[in-house]
Design a protein around this ligand. Structure first.
Ligand SMILES: [Zn+2]
Length: 309
C-alpha cells in the first residue's frame, strides 16, 4: 500500500515536471528585444503596467499593454499578451506582489491580448464583453480542452468589479476595433484603460470579421468621452500612457479620416489612390499614416454594404 502511494506520488511529480518543462521551453524562444521591451512599471499606487512594444517591430513584440491591479482580494490582470508570454507575466507580477491572481479581464479577442490566458490557473475568473467571448470561442486557441480559458463571466453594457479603492468599471461603448471592446475605468486612480480602441496615433486596425467598424468608430470614442468623467491618465493598447485631450484628438482624427475616406469613395478613387491622397500628418503632429490602407479598405467595404441595403 505504502509503496503504491509513494510510486503514485513519484508519478505525479514526474507529470508535473514534464508540464513545468513545457512551460519553461516557451521563454527560451522569446526574442531578446521583446523581453527587453516587456517591463513592469508603476502607473499609480496599486496599478502597474507590463509594457508591450509597437507591433510593427515583430522582433520586439510581446503583445498589448497588460495592466496589473493589486486589490485587497488579489491581483486583477488586464490582457495577457501573445501566447508563450505567461511565465514572463507571472514573474513580473510576482516581482511586485505575492498576492494570488484572481481575475483576468480581456479587453478584446485578439491573440496579442488573450494569448497567455492559458498560463494562469484554471481557478482564475476570466471576464470580457459578451461579443468578445463569442469571438474568442471561434479561435483555435480556445477550442477543446482550452475552452476553459474562455471568459467565464460576461456583460453587455456595464459591469463593476470590487468596491472602494479596488473598484474597476467595465464599459462597452459600441463598435470600433471589434464589436466587443471593453473600456476599463479605475475610478479611485482616475485612470482609464482603452484597449485597442486607442492603440496608437495612426489609423486603427478595423477587424471587420470580429464586428469592427470604421464608420462607427468616432461615435464610440465620443460615447466614452461623454460618459467617463474624472479621468486624467489613459493606459492604451500599444503605446505609452496618454491623456484625455489626446483621446479627444483621436476622436477628431477619426472623424477627419472617415470624412476623407468618404470623399475619396464618392470621387471614385481606388483604395490605393485614397491612401496616397489622404494625409492628416500635418494637421495631427506626431501621427503616422502607416496604417491607412487597411482601414480605408474596411471603410470602403462598409460603404458598399450600406449602399446595397
Ligand atoms: Zn487588437
Amino acid at each position: 500500500m505504502r509503496r503504491d502511494v509513494v510510486l503514485g506520488a513519484v508519478l505525479v511529480i514526474g507529470v508535473l515536471s514534464v508540464a513545468a518543462a513545457a512551460y519553461q521551453q516557451a521563454p527560451q524562444a522569446l526574442p531578446a528585444a521583446a523581453l527587453a521591451a516587456t517591463k513592469i512599471e508603476k502607473v499609480k499606487d496599486n496599478l502597474y503596467i507590463i509594457t508591450g512594444s509597437d507591433p510593427t517591430n515583430r522582433e520586439a513584440f510581446s503583445g498589448g499593454n497588460t495592466a496589473v491591479f493589486i486589490t485587497e482580494q488579489g491581483v486583477v490582470v488586464v490582457d495577457t499578451k501573445l501566447a508563450g508570454w505567461g511565465q514572463v507575466l507571472l514573474d513580473k507580477i510576482h516581482s511586485v506582489t505575492n498576492k494570488p491572481i484572481t481575475t483576468i479581464i480581456n479587453t478584446h479577442t485578439h491573440g496579442d491580448h488573450t494569448g497567455s490566458n492559458e498560463a494562469f490557473p484554471a481557478t482564475v475568473d476570466i471576464v470580457a464583453h459578451e461579443n468578445t467571448k463569442a469571438n474568442m470561442a471561434k479561435l483555435d486557441a480556445f477550442k477543446g480542452d482550452k475552452a476553459k480559458f474562455l471568459p467565464k463571466r460576461t456583460y453587455k453594457d456595464k459591469m463593476s468589479i470590487g468596491t472602494g479603492k479596488d473598484q474597476i468599471d467595465l464599459y462597452y461603448f459600441g463598435r470600433g476595433h471589434t464589436n466587443g471592446d471593453t473600456w476599463l475605468v479605475y475610478p479611485a486612480l482616475r485612470i482609464m484603460q482603452t484597449g485597442d480602441m486607442f492603440a496608437w496615433k495612426d489609423a486603427p486596425t478595423l477587424d471587420k470579421n470580429n464586428g469592427g467598424s470604421g464608420l462607427e468608430y468616432a461615435a464610440t470614442v465620443g460615447k466614452a468621452l461623454a460618459t467617463v468623467k474624472n479621468v486624467d491618465t489613459l493606459i492604451v493598447g500599444h503605446s505609452p500612457l496618454r491623456t484625455i485631450p489626446e483621446l479627444q484628438e483621436y476622436q477628431r482624427f477619426m472623424n477627419d479620416f472617415v470624412a476623407g475616406v468618404r470623399d475619396a469613395n464618392k470621387a471614385g478613387k481606388s483604395v490605393d489612390d485614397a491612401a496616397t491622397s489622404i494625409n492628416l500628418n500635418a494637421k495631427y503632429p506626431g501621427y503616422k499614416n502607416d496604417r491607412y490602407k487597411a482601414a480605408i479598405q474596411v471603410i470602403y467595404d462598409e460603404l458598399k454594404e450600406q449602399a446595397s441595403k
